[in-house]
Structures are given as structure tokens and as C-alpha cells.
Design a binder for this molecule. Structure first.
Ligand SMILES: Cc1cc2nc3c(=O)[nH]c(=O)nc-3n(C[C@H](O)[C@H](O)[C@H](O)COP(=O)(O)O)c2cc1C
Length: 374
């Protein structure tokens, strides 16, 4: 059951301000999980090493997270980032689908971004009411539109403002653990100044993408700096969970990096594209990959197609699925042709038809191939 019940409660409390056709739809859904443990710091009870799904806008949405719930869970889920300003605006119902989750995705952390401290307490309150286990503040996003607001990576240049934002978030969080995701610096390694400023705020967790803002994702992540992150954490806030991020390609790689650095965990971004088996450790067959891309599409369509607030009836654009197809249909015979055909599809039914044609026509698993053939 999705966390729609929370919307219903909010709607009542706020005298119908949340009333919208979209919210009405959510009223039919029930939530069994009821902020249980909300006052507890869930990070304390997690088995080490911690493996987290990175927040990735238009990638780690509810449809993709369902695939991990089915194929192999991470230790902790993260949502895509959501603007605090947007959450407090009249258009908030368009953002709420980014905060949907189901009860088997606990523990799940909602990521928010913004630059005005006064917006963080009421936004944290919304996150709390939606039943999340934690709140993460984005202080690393290099996107121009985000930075222009003074948010994301721009906060690395404003440590005092970053501190105010953390305090304001805690005020509205009802005891939910508050964490930050950031980078090693803006144009150079600033760990020695930037991390203490954050750690002094007694964060529940701190994720460091081991690149500067200027490096974007263009150079290799600086894993040689991970021990410095751990040393700063040990010195300034030994209880804060330290997570490293950048270029981790497999679970073995993640295990090796936690061991070598002393970090509590690893967050994985691009390494999970097209690979919901990442955390479970299974190696899918070609058939499984293709059946999974169909299933992913069906879940995507069932979640996001019908939006009563919009005439055209879509919450998320079907194009979002295309980057997943590039990743699922990769590394096997005929993958390129399959990808090309999938790029033209516009519905789950079309994707299924293309996939079935591939599986029944040209494709054979290595084990299906007649060994007598030359
Ligand atoms: C398509 C895409 C969207 C992203 N969106 C977010 C986001 O919403 N919030 C965030 O903190 N980082 C975001 N990131 C950054 C990732 O969380 C992660 O820090 C980065 O990809 C490096 O990790 P990786 O090398 O494992 O991919 C995004 C990255 C990608 C590729």
C-alpha cells in the first residue's frame, strides 16, 4: 500500500488545502505502516556495511524502487530529490508522486533541496507526515537551475547557511534522523573545512560523493580521500554514519571500498541502472533482463499514467523509461536492435510486444542453443 493515507490525514488537518483530484485518488489507498519508529534513529540498527540506492532524479522513482523490492533490496532506499519550495507551493500535488513509496521500501529516506531555511521546517513536517524514516538534504547537486536558487552544491560555498538549513530541517522533522549528501568541495578538495561545518550539526548520516562540484561526474571518484572523510567523522561526530559514493560498479567493489576506507556504507548511483539485481547479487539471464524491463514498464505505467489532475493523463513522461531500456538492453546479441525498437515504444503494451518478438524470434539463451549446431 502506498503512503497515500498520509495525504488523507494532511488533507483533513489542513482543512482541505490538499484537496485535488490527485489526492482524491490517493484516498483509496491505505497505509499499514504508520510512522512506527519515526522517533527512532533507524540508522542505528542497520547492519554494516550499509548499501544505499542513490537519489537520482527521474531514475530512482517509485517504479524503479519496486524493482529492487522484487529483485534484491538495498539496506536503505532514497527518493529522488524534491524542492522544498515546490512542496510548500500550490503545485505540490505534482511533486508528491516523487514521494510515493510502499511499506516494503522501509527504511526509506526522502531527499529535499532548497536554500531558504524557513522553508525546511514545514517541508520536513510534510516528509514526516508522509511516513518516511529519514530526511536527507541535497548539498551536492551541480544542476544550474538548482544552484541558481543557492541550493545543491552552491551550499558548499555557504557553510553558515547550510548549518541553518540543517537546524531548520530538524525543527520540523519530529525526531526523524536528518542527513546530508554532498561533495568533497566546490572546485577543490575542501573536506577539512566543509565537513566539520556539517558534522558539528550532529547529523545522523553524511554521504560524500567523492568528487568536487566542478568535476561533475567526469573524472574518476577520489576514493583515496575516503579515509579522510572517516577521520573527520571520527573526530567531529563519531556517531554520524559515513557513506561514500562514486563509481561503484558491483557489490564486491562496494564491500572492498568499505573495508579499505572504514566507511559505514556505500551509495550506488549509475551502477544500478538496468540492474535491479545489484543488491541481491544475482546475475540475470538475457530473458530475465527483458522480462524485467517489461515488468518495470508495466509498473511505471500503472503508477504514473493516470493522473486526474491533468487532461493528458500522465504524471511522469514515458520518456523516463527510455534511459532504463538503454541499460537493460545491453551487452547481449541483438541488444542494439532491441534498444532501437524500444526507443520508439510509447506504452507498456508496445514494449511487451517488442520484447516478446525478441524472445520468441531471434533470441536464444546460450543454454538453449543446440550444441550440435556449428
Ligand atoms: C540521472 C541522475 C540523477 C541524479 N539525481 C540526483 C538527485 O536527485 N539527488 C542527488 O543527491 N544526487 C543525484 N544524482 C547524483 C547521484 O546520486 C550520485 O551522487 C552520482 O551519480 C555519483 O554516483 P555514481 O558514480 O554511483 O553514479 C544524480 C545522478 C544521475 C546520474
Amino acid at each position: 500500500m502506498r503512503n497515500g493515507r498520509k495525504i488523507e490525514k494532511m488533507e483533513k488537518q489542513e482543512g482541505g488545502r490538499w484537496a485535488s483530484a490527485y489526492a482524491q485518488r490517493l484516498l483509496y489507498e491505505t497505509l499499514l505502516y504508520d510512522t512506527m519508529g519515526a522517533m527512532k534513529n533507524f540508522w542505528d540498527g542497520l547492519k554494516r556495511p550499509i548499501f544505499a540506492v542513490a537519489p537520482m532524479a527521474n531514475v530512482t522513482d517509485e517504479a524503479f524502487r519496486r524493482m529492487f523490492a522484487e529483485c534484491g533490496r538495498p539496506t536503505v532506499f532514497w527518493t529522488e530529490f524534491v524542492s522544498v519550495e515546490g512542496l510548500l507551493s500550490s503545485g505540490k500535488e505534482h511533486l508528491l508522486p516523487d514521494l510515493w513509496f510502499e511499506k516494503d521500501e522501509h527504511p526509506i529516506v526522502a531527499q529535499i533541496f532548497g536554500a531558504k531555511p524557513e522553508q525546511f521546517a514545514p517541508a520536513a513536517e510534510i516528509i514526516y507526515k508522509l511516513g518516511f524514516d529519514g530526511i536527507d538534504i541535497n548539498m551536492g547537486c551541480p544542476d544550474r537551475a538548482v544552484e541558481k536558487q543557492g541550493a545543491g552544491a552552491a551550499l558548499i560555498k555557504q557553510p553558515e547557511l547550510a548549518k541553518q538549513i540543517i537546524r531548520a530541517t530538524k525543527e520540523g522533522a519530529h525526531g526523524l534522523p536528518v542527513s546530508v549528501k554532498t561533495r568533497i568541495g566546490y572546485t577543490k578538495n575542501q573536506l577539512a573545512e566543509w565537513l566539520p561545518a556539517l558534522l558539528e550539526e550532529d547529523l545522523a548520516a553524511l554521504t560524500v560523493h567523492l568528487r568536487t562540484r566542478s568535476e561533475m561526474s567526469k573524472v574518476a571518484a577520489h576514493w583515496e580521500l575516503a579515509p579522510e572523510v572517516v577521520a573527520l567523522r571520527d573526530r567531529y561526530a563519531p556517531k554520524t554514519v559515513a557513506i561514500g559514493n562514486g563509481d561503484v560498479a558491483s557489490l564486491d567493489d562496494a564491500r572492498m571500498k568499505t573495508k579499505a576506507s572504514g566507511l559505514d556504507g556505500i551509495m550506488i548511483g549509475r551502477g544500478i541502472f538496468g540492474n535491479p539485481w545489484f543488491f541481491g547479487g544475482a546475475t540475470p539471464t538475457v530473458r530475465e533482463k527483458i522480462e524485467r524491463l517489461v515488468r518495470h514498464t508495466e509498473v511505471f505505467e500503472s503508477l504514473y499514467k493516470s493522473d486526474l489532475t491533468k487532461k493528458e493523463g500522465k504524471i511522469k513522461n514515458f520518456e523516463v523509461m527510455k534511459k532504463h531500456y538503454k541499460a537493460y538492453a545491453n551487452g547481449f546479441d541483438g541488444a542494439k536492435e532491441l534498444r532501437i525498437r524500444l526507443m520508439d515504444a510509447e506504452s507498456a503494451a508496445e514494449v511487451k510486444a517488442v520484447a516478446e518478438e525478441f524472445l520468441t524470434g531471434t533470441h536464444k539463451e546460450p543454454a538453449d542453443v543446440d550444441p550440435a549446431l556449428p
